[in-house]
Design a protein around this ligand. Structure first.
Ligand code: GTP
Ligand code: MG
Length: 202
């Protein structure tokens, strides 16, 4: 897919303030600092579209970007970061949770996982929640430029093992590096295919 335009539309603290659900939408979620905003910038080719930071907890609300005037890409607040005060963490969880469960036009969530880490409880339990709630999702292993091929294989094997305790099959899986623009074609192709399947069913 060619990205012709990418526009920041709005930042919404809760579902109620989000734009009208009248376009296909794809969300990016994962632990704080996993690289959601960086991946969005890499995918769109606009390096300053979503705000990134070395400090976890940068993205604090639901950010909508309009792509090619026809679909939304959504940057969501990170979960599982211990240094954020409990009250704020609870607010994010509530607003992201409500968004995920009730956003009618959400076609798919990309769950980002840091390639360098062994399976994290928060990731596994979040994906379990998505499965139980029948929310379609993919895994994206991020920051692959920071590890070797062998280390990446190990991370994926451990993640697969942890998931197969709950699941009979694994979700679609991608690998990304915002630094090397790895995964761009594959993720955009998946988004395009999902939109085509969706328009064939309505
Ligand atoms: P929150 O909004 O705080 O939840 O974080 P986020 O998931 O949006 O992460 P963000 O994109 O802000 O990136 C966090 C840090 O990781 C930044 O310092 C980025 O430069 C760095 N980073 C993100 N993606 C990559 C990557 O693919 N490779 C490398 N080497 N660094 C990355
Ligand atoms: Mg962010």
């Amino acid at each position: 897919m060619i990205i012709r335009s990418a526009l920041f539309i709005t930042s919404s603290p809760t579902l109620k303030q989000c734009p009208a659900p009248d376009k296909p939408e794809f969300g990016f979620i994962g632990r704080s600092n996993v690289g959601k905003s960086s991946l969005i910038n890499m995918l769109t080719g606009f390096s300053k579209l979503a705000k990134t930071s070395g400090q976890p907890g940068k993205t604090r609300s639901i950010n909508h970007f309009l792509i090619n005037d026809c679909w939304y890409l959504v940057d969501l607040p990170g979960y599982g970061y211990a240094k954020v005060p409990e009250k704020i963490r609870r607010e994010w969880t509530l607003s992201s949770g409500e968004y995920i469960l009730k956003r009618d036009n959400l076609l798919n969530l990309f769950v980002l996982i840091d390639s360098r880490l062994n399976p994290q409880k928060s990731d596994i339990s979040f994906m379990r929640f998505l499965g139980n709630s029948q929310i379609p999702f993919c895994r994206v292993f991020t920051k692959t430029d920071k590890i070797s091929g062998a280390e990446l294989e190990k991370t994926v094997r451990l993640s697969d093992q942890a998931m197969l305790e709950d699941w009979e099959s694994l979700p679609p899986t991608f690998f990304s590096s915002a630094v090397r623009a790895e995964g761009r074609e594959e993720i955009l192709a998946y988004i395009e295919e999902s939109m085509n399947n969706f328009s064939n069913t309505v």
